[in-house]
Structure formats: C-alpha cells, structure tokens
Design a protein around this ligand. Structure first.
Ligand SMILES: [Zn+2]
Ligand SMILES: [Zn+2]
Length: 176
C-alpha cells in the first residue's frame, strides 16, 4: 500500500514540476513581463505562493466538496504539532498543488522559489500547531510576521464561527 502511495506521490510531483516548467518555458506570468532584481523576485515570489495558499485555504472552508477533505485537518479536538500531519492526502496533493501551479502561472515563479517556500512553510506548519506555553506579547509582536500557535488555535476551535476565521498560515496578520 505504501509503495502505491509513494508511486502516486512521485507521479504527481512529476506533474507539478512539468506544469510549472511548461509555464516557465512559455515565459508566462508577471515576472516574465516586468524586470525585478532576483532577491526581490525571491521575497515577493514566496509571499505570492503564500497568498495563494491562504486563498485556497479559505476556499477549502466554503466549497462543500473541498471542505469534506479539509475537515480531516480540523477533526483533531486538541491541537499540537501532529495536527499538521492530520490532513487528507487528496487535499494536500490536489488542492494545494493547484494553488502552487496557479501562482507560478500568474506570477511567473519557478521551482527554486517554490522549493524555498516549502523549506520555510513545513517547519512553520509544525510551529503554528505546536502546543506551546509562551508570553502573550509574542502574539502581538512576532505574530505580526508569522502565525503563532495562539493565532492558529482560534482557527482550530470547534465552534464554526471561530473556525471560519484566522486563515493565515505564515503570512502577516493584516491578511486575516
Ligand atoms: Zn482550515
Ligand atoms: Zn491547522
């Protein structure tokens, strides 16, 4: 079973790489039309991938079909680092890869930027779900730049009113 899952993942990763490289070779996307320094492209690119993740996360809450998969992540009654691992594989594979492909096509981003985004995002996912006790002032300071566990905890409340808020994964709070 695990070998089948591994092969499906490998195949799907190939599809994502192929799709993004195809858009790149066709020079499709904003950064192919406007010239910006590499470092600026890197920072803006990572932010744009994250913005796309944010919106796809929001849609996972209001599109009933996608919510059926995303609710697996919300089924954990007590949040800790392992909550991040409780996600439906179809949601991660299909929904969020569509987000990455779309962001690459719109903004003209490549696999290097996507790789860097995930190097930052995966530890952030573990951190934001962590069951940590820390001073509240960190939410008001560090929380302006990254999603702290207390901010994300609201999103994991069982009450629907709170679950449908605080969608941020790693970006700045003004996007909430
Ligand atoms: Zn959610
Ligand atoms: Zn979560």
């Amino acid at each position: 079973m695990y070998i089948v899952l591994f092969l499906i993942n490998l195949f799907w990763a190939g599809v994502i790489v192929y799709a993004i490289q195809w858009f790149n070779t066709q020079e499709i996307g904003l950064f192919y039309w406007i010239e910006v320094p590499f470092l600026a492209k890197l920072f803006i690119g990572i932010a744009m991938y994250d913005l796309s993740t944010y919106w796809f996360h929001r849609t996972a809450h209001f599109l009933p079909l996608v919510w059926r998969f995303h609710r697996v992540h919300h089924s954990d009654t007590t949040m800790d680092s392992s909550t991040f691992l409780r996600s439906h594989s179809l949601e991660l594979m299909l929904w969020f890869s569509v987000s990455d492909i779309l962001a690459s096509a719109i903004f003209g981003l490549d696999l290097t930027i996507l790789g860097l985004y995930y190097i930052i995002l995966i530890p952030m996912f573990f951190l934001e779900h962590a069951n940590l006790k820390y001073p509240k002032w960190l939410d008001k300071t560090v929380g302006l730049f990254i999603t702290t566990p207390n901010i994300h905890k609201v999103h994991h409340e069982q009450d629907e009113f709170y679950t449908n808020s605080n969608y941020v994964d790693m970006e700045c709070l003004p996007l909430m």
